[in-house]
Ligand binder design. Sequence first.
Ligand code: SF4
Length: 217
Amino acid sequence: MADTPRGAILQRDKETYAIVPRSPAGLLTAENLEAFASVVRKYEIPVVKITSGQRVALVGIKGEDVEKVWNDLGMDAGKATELCVHYAQACPGTAVCRFGVQDSLGLGLELEKFFEGVDLPAKLKFGVSGCPFCCAESYVRDLGIIGKKSGWTVAVGGHSGGRPRIADEIAEDLTTEQVLDLCKKSLDHYRSNAKKKERMSAFVDRIGLESFKQSVL
Ligand code: SF4
């Protein structure tokens, strides 16, 4: 819609908007939290909601206030409806979790930095877990990465929703550099060969897992 304010999503009342500021790997600073509290009070934002993607949605903002809220927040807009990489969901991993065997938070931040906003046939989400307990829902993300003692496992084609699909493992025992390289090859292959709006899961089902693996490994 031409007159939709920057980074805003029209709500069901057809009058107010939601925004979802970018918070890579779900991390927020004290400054972010203070800015959230300030804009919620100042612009009387009625709903503040943690999303499934570990982000904060501010919902019910008047159209004329959206740009002012962005300016006051000093944060970038997260991707929420565009056909691109939306976010990397990551668990705490070895940074703080006693079960962690890999640095999922660090890898999640790297994936966000490299791929956030990259144009694709459909939306795409990463899930990075620091151990096989898989708290970052890696097997129901388009590209799921799971930390094990021997290295990273990468799985492709998962999603949640009404008809969930469990991602298929395509590689294991990878270093962080190898994971980044495999993710880049997977996104390049997907971008070049998928139909518009075809999610990674449907793409893998259509071309076949073996074909996908041969193209990216
Ligand atoms: S997946 Fe493992 S490392 Fe990550 S939060 Fe869960 S238990 Fe901790």
